[in-house]
Design a protein around this ligand. Structure first.
Ligand code: HEM
Ligand SMILES: [Cu+2]
Length: 607
């Protein structure tokens, strides 16, 4: 025992010395060049950071909103790969009935990890990547209101991931004493309260950290959008993406602290003998109320900013301003408010009072109205537009099409009689994957391609991007439409095997649909590998962007603030003059302002 302890201590010591050596080797404090990577860093922050260190030290110490945006992006991508790998194993297991590849326990761990990872470690952070980088640019701010809190919010996430994934590493070391949680992402009690596995506690702690991180970020965005706008940006011409981030932040502020409290209660139940969720003396249903009071708003926390991204990007390639800008903003706010009144549509089958249940059905159906407003506004923006099918545009159009299926299947589920049939089947899984994969991921991809020139100073490979789109679109629809059909056949969700008899569901049909879904998932996976390859190889070898308007947006009067900033950066890099220009804001108004804050700053520097 003592020998082992000693060996471990020595090992950790060696590791730490190694890390210090590595950091000091890459962290040359003097070799900073303002335009590394072509994107232009430095000189931005409001607290006098005109020079930044290079190498790893820069990334560990940065408080620049753009750097932090990139960190969120890398983090989200790693989580996406982890969650994707987990689900591919699951799809392989489900390609045939019976256990061929793994045991139920491991399947359940993968299922739990996939859901938690995709929602908390990929979904929320990947949106923060875009908002951190671009909201300050879009509102003409120097940086976030609290740059250091911004950095802290990000740095809470790596330990969160380590805790959430910990079980996978500790299980082989501890002989399954500390194994990955098998609670599914909803962590329903009494199962989650009674599973005697410290891995569950680690995961709950990790989730708690990720919630603290999201809440800190949200407060920062609210403060930034309220107080850091340039004088020329008012509520009427605040861009649509910032509007959705503001609404999302408000939802986070109400939802995540509640999740945090529920997690603490569950931890207390598990470790300190309290009985909040106990079957005797407590209430397992209480968990569902608390969880879904957070959980339903969470789905809008995830989907509103992607709606904002599409509302921002789609008009650029339709050559006309967003149709009904005001109504897109109002519908965002309406969805935000209504989303807190629908949580019990996840609990229709739990035996709650039928009268209460009916009112939850009504509010759930009502959300379809602002959702439809958005959809019609996007379609009307496309109508008679000068449509250019670039990769960002393809992803926007795919987003709308997937939303139609994802949204309408949601309306079906919101109807109590339908839900009682389809609840806890693959239909539900199909419904929310049309939304989370078909919308959230699609909007993210569109935005990555649209802003790739700004962030990297390079252009991506267009043919590969189109391959990425088509494989994703086809893969998404094959996989998740098969899920909807599986649900109609009665295939229950969260099962590692489906060797049930014909009285429950026709096994042959279920098997073929699972196989179709697995093929779809592989098509999807190939698309994502192409995406990754494209991003990395274009970063190193893609053509350098020299024009501040790589999308020819000026032609249609669609040149947004972030590209104006980019153009100013490029002009500054080669010592050129910064032009005076009329600004077009999202509301489609021309503001008689000569320079954005960024451009003004650059001009000052050049004097
Ligand atoms: C637009 C973004 C949406 C997202 C991200 C989303 C996501 C989800 C998720 C994750 C679940 C599964 C929860 C679980 O694990 O049990 C779910 C279920 C459900 N969704 Fe959605 N949803 C969205 C839109 C809608 C809409 C617009 C409606 C209705 C108007 C809706 C109604 C439902 C219902 C009723 C269920 C519960 C079904 C059941 O478990 O029986 N959803 N959704
Ligand atoms: Cu819901």
């Amino acid at each position: 025992m003592a020998g082992e302890q000693l060996a471990l201590t020595v090992l950790m010591g060696v590791l730490l010395v190694g890390i210090v050596a590595l950091v000091s080797r890459y962290g040359d404090l003097r070799s900073y060049t303002p335009l590394a990577g072509g994107a232009g860093y430095g000189g931005e922050t409001s607290h006098g950071h005109s020079e930044k260190p290079a190498g790893l030290i820069r990334w560990f110490t940065t408080v620049d909103h753009k750097d932090i945006g990139i960190l969120y992006g890398l983090y989200g991508t790693i989580a996406f790969l982890w969650g994707g790998a987990a689900v591919m194993l699951m799809r392989v297991e489900l390609a045939a009935p019976g256990f061929d590849v793994m045991q139920a326990q491991f399947y359940n761990s993968l299922l739990t990890s996939h859901g938690i990872t995709m929602l908390f470690l990929f979904g929320t952070p990947i949106i923060a990547a875009f908002s951190n980088y671009f909201v300050p640019l879009l509102i003409g701010a120097d940086d976030m209101a609290f740059p250091r809190i911004n950095a802290i919010a990000f740095w809470l996430l790596p330990p969160a991931a380590v805790l959430i994934w910990a079980g996978f590493f500790t299980a082989p070391l501890t002989g399954n004493e500390i194994a990955p949680a098998q609670t599914s992402w909803t962590m329903y009690t009494p199962l989650s309260a009674e599973q005697v596995n410290p891995g569950v506690d680690l995961m709950l702690l990790g989730l708690h950290l990720s919630g603290v991180s999201a809440t800190m970020g949200a407060i920062n965005f609210i403060a930034t959008i309220f107080t850091e706008r340039s004088e020329k940006v008012n509520w009427a011409n605040l861009d649509i993406f910032s509007w959705t981030i503001l609404t999302q932040s408000a939802l986070i502020l109400f939802a995540f602290p509640l999740l945090g409290s529920a997690l603490v209660m569950l931890l207390l139940d598990r470790n300190f003998g309290t009985a909040f969720f106990a079957v005797d003396g407590g209430s397992p249903i209480l968990w569902q109320h608390l969880f879904w009071f957070f959980g339903h708003p969470e789905v809008y926390i995830l989907v509103l900013p992607p709606m904002g991204l599409v509302s921002w990007i789609l008009p650029k390639f339709a050559g006309r301003k967003l149709f009904g800008f005001k109504f897109v903003v109002y519908s965002t706010l309406a969805i935000g408010v209504l989303s807190f009144g629908v949580w019990a549509h996840h609990m229709f089958s739990t035996g709650i009072d039928p009268r209460i249940r009916a009112s939850f059905m009504a509010v759930s159906l009502a959300i379809a109205i602002p959702s439809a407003v958005k959809t019609f506004n996007w379609i009307t923006t496309l109508w008679n537009g000068k449509i250019r099918l670039t990769a960002p545009m393809l992803f926007c159009i795919g987003f709308i099409s997937n939303f139609v299926i994802g949204g309408i299947t949601g309306v079906f589920l919101a109807a109590i009689p339908v839900d009682l049939v389809l609840h806890d089947t693959y239909y539900v899984v199909g419904h929310f994957h049309y939304v989370v994969m078909g919308m959230i991921a699609f909007a993210g991809f569109g935005a990555i391609y649209y802003w790739y020139p700004i962030v990297t100073g390079k252009m991506y490979q267009r043919t590969l991007a189109k391959w990425h789109f088509w494989l994703s679109m086809v893969g998404t629809n094959i996989t998740f439409f098969a899920f909807l059909l599986l649900g109609y056949l009665g295939m229950p969700r969260r099962y590692a095997t489906y060797n049930f008899d014909a009285a429950i569901a026709p096994l042959a049909e279920v098997t073929s649909l699972h196989q179709i879904a697995t093929v779809g998932a592989f098509i999807l996976m190939i698309g994502q590998l192409i995406w990754l390859w494209n991003l990395v190889s274009s970063y190193y070898e893609g053509p350098t962007v020299e024009d501040g308007d790589p999308w020819n947006l000026k032609e249609d009067g669609m040149f947004g603030r972030e590209f104006q900033w980019f153009e100013a950066q490029l002009a500054r890099a080669d010592g050129g003059e910064v032009e005076d220009e009329e600004l077009v804001t999202d509301g489609g108004r021309i503001v008689n302002e000569n320079l954005t804050a960024a451009v003004r700053r650059v001009a000052d520097d050049d004097e």
